[in-house]
Design a protein around this ligand. Structure first.
Ligand code: ARG
Ligand code: ZN
Length: 878
């Protein structure tokens, strides 16, 4: 059992820092085994803080202190105290210069927080609290300072030396070492500090800002990846232009640097002027990366770039405000991607993610509001709730204000708070002031955990031509999260006439001409009723268009209504959502009654969607993709693991039997005619073609296997290759083994492609998937120490292969328990992420519950546990 329960940090305990740091001068003598860090901090008492005991508490972890001095005077031992996570200086003056020197060990840093080694490179990750593993500091985001960084290192091993800000000179030290100096003129919190050293290939470009400033853009990659940078660089320039046009935001330094590293816990990091990226979000060539990889790169490059204003110039007062920068920046990158590609497809993908990751989180033991009230380990709060639900809260505010007023509000936010560390209230106040609206009730969204349910009922009065819609909202309270009262919910709706056209949305009380198309209703009370007048026949309602709020809608549509909306709704998102609801309903019926027939109407609706040559192939592919097993499980009180798998496989089979010719035709019609292109149209064609191939492979038909093998062997692009490989692996047998072997031999030298080889095997629906995954743990190319590799094998199996992970004998759970315990001493962040695959344990049958609980208890019993894993395990057990 965990003996010393780690402390919980509360938002209500926030106090301004007692000291401020005006200037930081850092000098690193870099070496993989022992690095020396000298820090010179210009400090003064914070006039805005209440006086404490006179001591100065600096954060520091795993540092070996060699020297400490104040104003040039080395401190005698009586004047300071070193603790495991702090350096405490007694009775310091009101204003002084603090000097420290520490030793750190990058090579031993397997947690990948602070300064660590990735391959032959040295790099840093400081968000949220990694800087305290580099030097003693006030490691909190409301302490902002200007930094100068000097890097000294061996010239041969580390020819490239990078840090934040603008370059300020280099020097050859004559002894085989060299030095580089960097100056960052913008005050920043310590979590945005970064350095990189290594033998890197540079890809250079330029960007001229709207006001005519010239910015040097540079991408740094390991030399063998020199030819995989074009897409990232193009994406960066598009993002820079978009932020100027849409938000009036220009870049501010002379250089913008991006480094791709092979070992990275998350996606990427927005360090000022020096972004450090997981290589997965930089490197791409058509033969190595899928369409989804290309889109992911565009989105993440943009995300980190947008942080320069939403996160860096304006940062968070404390970590409870994380969504201030993450929610807003995710919203910004979603809109950027929507503008670059297809808006409806992007919205569908984002809502899929929200429903697949955030809704379950919000319904389980780790539920927390977008602005959490407490945490044990902040790294556990980089969640779908803070990021994706946070983005939805910003999106709702845009809808409430309208785009022009929202732009005025963000202009106000940027001018008012530039250079400051602020709160979510500060953001929302700008929305209020620019619009003159009162968002007091809206603020509840930030504090209320759980997904609200919106129950909709209606009534048609034929005599008066009045259609009435009643909305009832409810957010299930849980032990830790009481209900705060009704939320302010924008609900975009339309009403369709019998021919599928949008009707005017006239409400009895209207004074102005009503919109015909979409109308946004603003719910504020538990229950609200709207009477739409002047109608000739009962309309079909299109509810929550564009997914205008992160809620679940309950409305009793008939199957016919859903098919009608699928075919006619002017809202592209709702056409897709109607199809999803229809398929979900049928699948849940098939789970309960395996012998139930697939209605003719359902097959006809799918046929129409598949053969509608007017419609965008990308959208057709989305419509024809059945809801995932995990999503279906979320709709059940007790997840029927095997029943869901059987129903979904069976329905695919039935659809194939009815539409085999149509799938063959769709496959043929959507092959790339010319050379590979990365346009939204070409991406959509490949998506539909591979969806068709997926259905064709459903019954292991020999002709389909040949088609699949041919597509695999043609190898024109990774999208097609990996789609074919995944389907072959699911079908199993000799063709699968041959293809796996070919793929391995072709790509064993490329880590990111090799990750895909591990992932297709971990995701396989073959009954022996776990045995294979366990064997792969011993593969020469497998290591727990690389987060991408770990995610591609262990993460994919535990999160994306529900039927095998949740095998009734509990072998999947034991496998996870073993990995968490093995991983925790190495990389707590990764161990804690992995453990979250058990979060929904209470939604399974008693047998599975017991087996999952046993693993959680076994983990909690471990002698030494990180805060990360302790928090997740203890909260999950509840
Ligand atoms: N701020 C980064 C981003 O979203 C995420 C870094 C979080 N890292 C962490 N270890 N918690 O762009
Ligand atoms: Zn971010």
């Amino acid at each position: 059992m965990y003996r010393n329960t780690p402390p919980t940090i509360h938002l209500k305990d926030y106090r301004p820092p007692e000291f401020l740091i005006d200037r930081v001068e850092l000098r690193f003598e870099l070496d993989a085994e022992v690095t020396r860090v000298e820090a010179l901090l210009q400090m003064r008492r914070n006039p805005a803080a209440t006086r404490g005991d006179g001591d100065l508490h600096l954060d520091g972890e795993q540092l070996e202190l060699e020297h400490v001095a104040i104003d040039g005077r080395p401190l005698p031992p009586a004047e300071y105290r070193v603790e495991s996570e702090a350096l405490i200086l007694h009775h310091v003056p009101d204003r002084f210069r603090l000097e420290t020197r520490v030793r750190i060990h990058p090579m031993l840093n397997t947690a990948l927080e602070g300064l660590y080694q990735s391959g032959t490179l040295l790099c840093t990750q400081c968000e949220a609290q990694g800087f305290r593993r580099i030097t003693y500091f006030l490691d909190r985001p409301d302490v902002m300072a200007c930094y100068t960084t000097t890097l000294v290192a061996d010239k041969g091993r580390y020819p490239v030396l990078l840090a934040n800000g603008n370059p300020a000179g280099t020097e050859d030290l004559g002894d085989g070492r060299h030095l580089a100096r960097w100056e960052d003129p913008f005050p920043k919190p310590s979590y945005l500090f970064a350095l990189v050293a290594g033998d890197l290939h540079e890809v250079a470009d330029r960007f001229t800002t709207a006001s005519g400033r010239d910015v040097a853009l540079r991408l740094y990659v390991e030399p063998e990846n020199h030819d995989k940078c074009d897409h990232a660089m193009r994406s960066l320039k598009k993002a820079m232009r978009w932020d100027e046009e849409r938000y009036g935001r220009e870049y501010d330094l002379d250089v913008y640097l991006i480094v791709a590293v092979g070992h990275f816990n998350m996606g990427a990091m927005e360090n000022k002027g020096l972004n450090v990226f997981n290589a997965k979000y930089v490197l791409a060539r058509p033969d190595t990366a899928t369409d989804q990889d290309f889109l992911g790169i565009e989105g993440v490059i943009a995300h980190e770039y947008f942080h320069n204003w939403t996160g860096n110039r304006i940062t968070c007062r404390d970590w409870f405000q994380l969504s201030l920068k993450e929610g807003f920046t995710v919203y910004r990158d979603q809109e950027f991607s929507a503008d670059m590609g297809s808006r409806d497809v992007k919205r569908i993908a984002d809502v899929r993610t929200l429903r697949a990751r955030q809704f379950p989180e919000d319904a389980g033991p780790l539920a927390h509001p977008v602005r959490p009230e407490s945490y044990i380990e902040i790294n556990n709060f980089y969640t779908a709730t803070v990021y994706e639900k946070g983005a939805e809260l910003v999106r709702m505010q845009v809808l409430l204000l309208g785009p022009e007023v929202f732009r005025r509000a963000t202009d106000l936010y940027f001018t008012r708070h530039d250079g400051a560390a602020v709160t979510i209230e500060d953001f929302v106040r700008c929305m209020e002031e620019a619009s003159g609206r009162d968002l007091t009730q809206f603020m509840r969204w930030y504090s209320q955990a759980g997904t609200p349910e919106l129950t909709v009922t209606d009534d048609w009065d034929a005599a008066d031509g009045v259609y009435t819609l009643t909305f009832r909202q409810q957010t299930a309270p849980s032990a830790n999260h009481p209900s705060l009262g009704p939320l302010h919910i924008p609900v975009a709706i339309g009403l369709l006439d019998g021919a599928g056209r949008d009707l005017p949305l006239r409400i009895a009380e209207d004074t102005a001409e009503p919109p015909s198309g979409t109308r946004v209703l603003e719910l504020r009370r538990e229950e609200a009723t709207y009477r739409f007048v002047g109608l000739r026949a009962r309309p079909v309602p299109s509810l929550l268009r564009g997914f205008s709020a992160p809620v679940r809608v309950r409305y009793d549509y008939s199957d016919d209504d859903l098919m009608f909306l699928m075919a006619h709704d002017s809202d592209g998102f709702n056409r897709w959502d109607a199809a999803q609801t229809l398929a979900q309903r049928l699948l849940l019926r098939l789970v309960a009654e395996p012998e139930a027939a697939v209605p003719e109407g359902f097959v006809a609706a799918f046929r129409r969607a598949l053969t509608d040559h007017e419609a965008d192939p990308a959208l057709r592919a989305e419509v024809l993709k059945l809801p995932s097993e995990a999503h279906l499980g979320e709709q059940m009180a007790i997840v029927d693991v095997d029943g869901i798998h059987r129903a979904r496989e069976g329905l695919k089979q039935a659809i194939l039997a009815a539409l085999r010719d149509e799938f063959r035709a769709a496959y043929e019609d959507h092959r790339d005619a010319g050379p590979y292109e990365l346009t939204p149209a070409a991406i959509g064609r490949r998506a539909l073609k591979n969806l068709a191939l997926g259905y064709l492979m459903q019954d292991g038909d020999a002709e389909a296997v040949d088609l699949c093998t041919a597509q695999f062997e043609a190898g024109t692009n990774m999208t097609d290759v990996i789609a074919a490989l995944g389907l072959l692996v699911d079908a199993g047998g000799a063709p699968a083994e041959r293809a796996l072997d070919t793929f391995y031999r072709r790509w064993s030298g490329d880590p990111l492609v090799l990750d895909k080889w591990f992932a297709v095997q971990a995701a396989s629906k073959r009954p022996d998937a776990l045995a294979r995954v366990e064997a792969l743990l011993g593969h020469e190319a497998f290591t727990l120490r690389n987060p991408n590799r770990l995610r591609s094998l262990v993460g994919v199996f535990c999160n994306l292969n529900p039927v095998r992970f949740h095998a009734a004998d509990g072998a999947g759970y034991r496998f996870l328990g073993d990995r968490v315990l093995e991983l925790d001493p190495l990389n707590p962040q990764m161990a804690s992420r992995l453990l979250q695959a058990l979060a929904r344990w209470r939604c399974y049958d008693p047998d599975r519950q017991a087996r999952m609980r046993a693993q959680l208890e076994r983990i909690l019993d471990a002698v030494e546990l990180s805060k990360d894993v302790y928090e997740v395990a203890s909260k999950t057990l509840g």
